[in-house]
Write a protein that binds this ligand. Structure first.
Ligand code: NAI
Ligand SMILES: C[C@H](O)[C@@H]1OC(=O)[C@H](O)[C@@H]1O
Length: 253
């Protein structure tokens, strides 16, 4: 029970990686607050799974692109669960689109959800941790895309590099408060975010072929790395990043 007694907040947790991480943290002993955008049924079923594990769970609706959602989420999570020990910034979108005719709205929305939203969420969680006075752990679901490009992700990859950069800077700003800040770099994980893109059999086989461990990732593959960074096992780890990609990044030839 690496997270016994800890309260974990996760954004975008009604589906995909966020949901797996929220339930995984509960499996490791944490109470969990979930932010979700629209999927009430998904959020409620995630809370039910958390409660079935004997932990407390609460789902709080809000669009992370609105800066007010950040203080609302943290305030309501603290009202329900008492405190914030771990904050996982997970919510994100990746509407694949070519560069030369990228719609302004698609670019701006991707920035607002993935990066601006993260900034204010992390700020709200950090202020609560500073008020509590006994440290904490902040984890950003960045991406292998912080390190490499994507032809149809020119609006997305800068948000993932930006998220990692944010973790590096807040690791410095918050170190004096014993708040650790780190990034996870998932590779290609099978979720709704890439369902359409990977419906193209050629693309899927190409992506699979790049992975030394021989398979695309599953949301549960992110649970162990998240629990590690959230836990006291990582007490001297801050400003760091961890690739969770089956080895895809290092596989040049
Ligand atoms: N699936 C993959 O291959 C990879 C995913 N990631 C990142 O992992 C994170 C989770 O993505 P997945 O689980 O794969 O996709 P997903 O589409 O299954 O989950 C994304 C979650 O974010 C939520 N969300 C989207 N916009 C929101 C908003 N405005 N406010 C609140 N919640 C919002 C969605 O409702 C959903 O629950 C994202 O930040 C993504 O960029 C990073 C690397 C690889
Ligand atoms: C959505 C993509 O499949 C996924 O997102 C990322 O961040 C990875 O680099 C993959 O491209």
């Amino acid at each position: 029970m690496l997270l016994a007694g800890k309260t974990v907040l996760v954004t975008g947790a009604s589906a995909g990686i966020g949901r797996a991480v929220a339930i995984g943290c509960a499996r490791h002993g944490a109470d969990v607050a979930l932010n979700f955008a629209r999927d009430v049924a998904g959020a409620e079923s995630a809370v039910a799974e958390i409660e079935a594990l004997g932990r407390k769970g609460v789902a709080i609706q809000g669009d992370v692109a609105d800066p007010k959602t950040a203080t609302d989420f943290v305030t309501k999570a603290v009202a329900a669960l008492g405190r914030v020990d771990v904050f996982v910034n997970n919510a994100g979108i990746c509407p694949f689109h070519a560069f030369l005719d990228m719609p302004v709205e698609t670019f701006e929305r991707t920035m607002q959800v993935n990066l601006h939203g993260a900034y204010f969420m992390v700020q709200a969680a950090a202020n609560q941790m500073v008020k509590q006075g006994d440290g904490g752990s902040i984890i950003a679901m960045s991406s292998i895309s912080a390190l490499v490009g994507g032809e149809y992700q020119t609006h997305y990859t800068p948000t993932k590099a930006g998220l990692h950069s944010l973790m590096q800077s807040v690791a410095i700003a918050l170190g004096k408060h014993k708040i650790r800040c780190n990034s996870l770099f998932p590779g290609t994980i099978l979720t709704d975010i890439n369902k359409d893109d990977l419906a193209d059999t050629k693309k899927r086989e190409y992506m699979e072929g790049r992975i030394p461990l021989g398979r695309l990732g599953q949301p549960d593959d992110l649970v162990g790395p998240t629990v590690f960074l959230a836990s006291d096992l990582a007490q001297y780890v801050t400003g760091a990043s961890l690739l969770v990609d089956g080895g895809a990044y290092v596989n040049l030839q």
